[in-house]
Design a protein around this ligand. Structure first.
Ligand code: BGC
Length: 731
């Protein structure tokens, strides 16, 4: 972590009055703290968020100011960045975000969000990276480093265990110590130790009975105690509920959602308690030190103030950067008979079906929403690529009920909609004269939209379906109720496959969906919310200008009930949620219990083929790193492409409950056709351990371990067994 001159902090602290200190530790606007002009201490300006720098709000109203100069570069979501498995691109994403934040005059960018994806239903999954802590670390660390290069603080969020939106402010989360240490903490610890994040945001939820934003265990014992974090800790907006608790906790700044800033728990109520000697001023001094340290790190104050890096936004370079990231984020899930890529020259008429072909996503999702300078939709991407020589016929395909219609439905009716509407539209020519209920009206619309789509599909040579979710589902503050595609899309896809079995299916979403038709589909492409150039990147992949190289950063289950968390009914509770599945999150459960997922963790196809030629493992327990894994791979197909080499470790002789294997390293390698390369992984004892509750530390025991390398958690190409002779303990 960047060191600063602590003397400056003490000098300023001596000069600050109690009132001035108080003004610095709470929101003095929805996204800023108070300034102390007389001492040259500026206000801290913050902005969301993960997919670009959010537009400016009125200081004391949740109302966008409506500026014409706060449109920005729209970046791929964290799930998309993770899907590249490319640390250079994660770093590039961080640089874009940092430079734009600085260009917009912000000091803190409220990103990245790194909570574990334990269920596909969490409404904010699109903002998060993965189900796997190693992948989270690998992606989050370079994002943070990229951001902070521009003298802007990253703010890693939400610490910790904020993996559901249901009752997010009040749900008490119970997690055993081992799962916290192995699954939920490592991303945050790496963000601090390796990323050097200058700030961190507390979570809304409670952990073991304490609100995370003021938790003694989380912020006191773990963060400041064990991890010795000296950065700044800010609350989530409205995450503080008590003045004394907040004052005594390791939280530094209270932010909230109401406009009476002086009434915040860490404003006048705290001032009064200190004046009446109920609480000591020392508690505030601790917070001020952390805030001033942050300012020094950002060159906002002190000798280096005039050397603060400047930023910019909406540059051509940023637009190219987000295109590059989007290209590598797209995942080719299935490609039977090598249907893809399509050939631009041999097609004259394409039917594009589905509303995600034209939907704009940048303006939704909750605090992740932004004002994008532009957003290339898939339809625009296709049209600008095909350039007039190919006729594109577009049909919406499925009907999205209006807000008014949605409000007239009860939740049960809405959740059944996709099934109810199938009866009407699929194959049946039934027309209804008495369309009275909202359900009937919507079903009727579905039928009209579907019939129109089928007609268009029938007369075109190629059909590309572009559906999925949108930010009515992938959204802050609410979890999904199931994993199904909404708006009767399954029925539409089935009907389209009936007449065009060779059609391409593209899904855009922030979290997995059920694909009951997947065995009949030949070509399935997955894209996350991929930023302002998402439509360009998708088109390039469909037509082979870009060879897809995205891999899934999470398991895509066939059905929700295949996940242990849902079998145990341990998601979405309102008062208290117990993470009963423990460490068995995602592929750790699927691979151990041999449950076939729809598409496994790490999966992603390419238009070329990679062959794993050999692997050699060398162990020397007296050196660091202790283990070297050398391997050779070759691009044996006809096109240039990129391979994601994943390394999993399996504890063959384990006596404790451990997953069958765990991701410990990976590398993305770009290879021209026919090119061969060698690569090396370095492993240390920490790649072999687990958290031992009795010694309260990580341990790697002597014994045999298997090193597996391959293209996904289930496409292991080579493996070797090695032996560790010694025992290792670490914190
Ligand atoms: C979200 C945070 C966000 C903050 C400020 C909260 O509701 O949980 O992620 O940064 O609002 O907009």
């Amino acid at each position: 972590m960047k060191k600063v001159n602590e003397e400056i902090i003490e000098q300023l602290l001596n000069e600050l009055s109690l009132e001035e200190k108080i003004s610095m530790i709470h929101g003095n606007g929805l996204f800023c703290t108070g300034e102390v002009e007389r001492l040259g201490i500026p206000s801290l300006k913050m902005a969301d968020g993960p997919m670009g720098v959010r537009n400016d709000f009125e200081n004391a109203q949740w109302k966008t100011i409506g500026l014409s100069d706060d449109f920005v570069t729209y970046l791929p979501s964290n799930s998309a960045i993770a899907s590249t498995w490319n640390q250079d691109l994660a770093y590039l994403a961080g640089q874009v975000l940092g430079e734009e934040a600085r260009g917009r005059g912000k000091d803190i960018i409220l990103a990245p969000g790194i909570n574990i994806k334990r269920s596909p239903l969490c409404g904010r999954n699109f903002e998060y990276i993965s189900e796997d802590p190693k992948l989270i670390e690998a992606i989050a660390v370079p994002i943070i480093q990229g951001i902070q290069e521009f003298d802007v603080a990253a703010c890693v969020k939400h610490f910790a265990a904020n993996s559901q939106e249901t009752e997010r402010l009040w749900v008490d989360t119970l997690i055993d110590e081992r799962s916290l240490r192995e699954i939920y903490y490592p991303g945050f610890k790496a963000a601090i130790d390796k990323g050097g994040t200058y700030s961190l945001m507390g979570a809304y939820n409670l952990l073991r009975g304490e609100h995370c934003c003021t938790s003694q265990y989380l912020l006191g014992d773990i963060l400041r105690g064990e991890w010795e974090y000296d950065g700044m800790v800010v609350s989530d907006w409205g995450g503080v509920h008590d003045t004394a608790l907040a004052a005594k906790s390791e939280l530094d700044i209270e932010m909230s959602v109401t406009y009476e800033f002086d009434d915040y728990f860490m404003a006048n109520p705290l001032l009064l308690k200190i004046q009446s000697k109920e609480l000591s001023e020392e508690l505030v001094d601790k917070k001020i030190r952390n805030i001033l340290r942050l300012m020094l790190r950002l060159n906002m104050i002190g000798d280096q103030k005039h050397n603060r890096v400047s930023g910019t936004y909406n540059t051509k370079e940023h637009q190219e950067a987000v295109l590059e990231i989007a290209r590598e984020s797209i995942v080719l899930l299935k490609n039977e008979e090598q249907l893809l890529p399509l050939e631009k020259e041999s097609v004259k008429k394409i039917a594009v079906i589905g509303q995600n072909a034209e939907r704009i996503h940048s303006n939704g999702g909750g605090s992740a929403e932004i004002k994008a300078l532009y957003e290339i939709s898939p339809l625009m991407g296709l049209k600008k690529f095909l350039g007039g020589n190919v006729a594109i016929e577009y049909a919406k395909g499925y009907y999205i009920p209006t807000e008014e219609e949605k409000n007239t439905l009860n939740w049960q009716a809405s959740s059944l909609l996709s099934k109810d509407s199938s009866g009407l539209a699929c194959g049946s020519n039934e027309t209804r004269d008495n369309i009275t209920s909202p359900e009937d009206k919507i079903s009727h619309q579905q039928k009209l939209y579907r019939n129109n789509a089928l007609e268009i599909a029938a007369r075109c040579e190629q059909v590309i379906f572009i559906g999925g979710l949108n930010h009515d589902f992938d959204v802050e503050g609410q979890d999904r109720v199931d994993m199904q595609l909404p708006y009767a899309q399954d029925q539409l896809i089935e009907a389209l496959l009936e007449i065009k079995p060779d059609m391409t299916i593209v899904l855009i979403a922030g979290s997995p969906v059920e694909m009951p038709w997947s065995s009949r589909a030949k070509a399935i492409v997955w894209t996350w919310y991929a930023g302002m150039e998402g439509g360009t990147a998708l088109t390039e992949v469909l037509f082979g200008k870009t060879n897809p190289s995205g891999h899934l950063p999470e398991t895509f289950p066939v059905r929700l009930m295949d996940l242990l968390v849902h079998q145990l009914d341990a998601f979405g509770q309102k008062d208290r949620v117990t993470y009963e599945e423990g460490i068995n999150v995602g592929y750790r459960h699927f691979d151990t219990k041999k449950i076939e997922p729809a598409f496994c963790f790490g999966h992603g196809l390419s238009y070329t083929e990679f062959e794993y030629l050999y692997m050699v493992t060398t162990v020397n327990e007296d050196s660091a790193p202790m283990i070297l894994v050398d391997l050779s791979i070759m691009n044996v197909g006809d096109t240039d492409g990129a391979c994601v080499v994943q390394l999993y470790v399996s504890d063959i002789e384990t006596k404790v409950d451990r997953p069958v294997h765990e991701l410990r390293a990976f590398k993305k390698v770009h290879l021209s056709r026919g090119q061969k390369t060698t690569l090396q992984f370095e492993l240390d004892y920490d790649a072999f351990g687990y958290f031992d509750e009795s010694s309260k530390s990580f341990v790697a025991l002597p014994g045999q371990y298997r090193i597996e390398v391959g293209n996904s958690s289930r496409d292991i190409r080579l493996s070797n067994v090695l032996t560790l002779k010694n025992t290792y303990y670490w914190k």
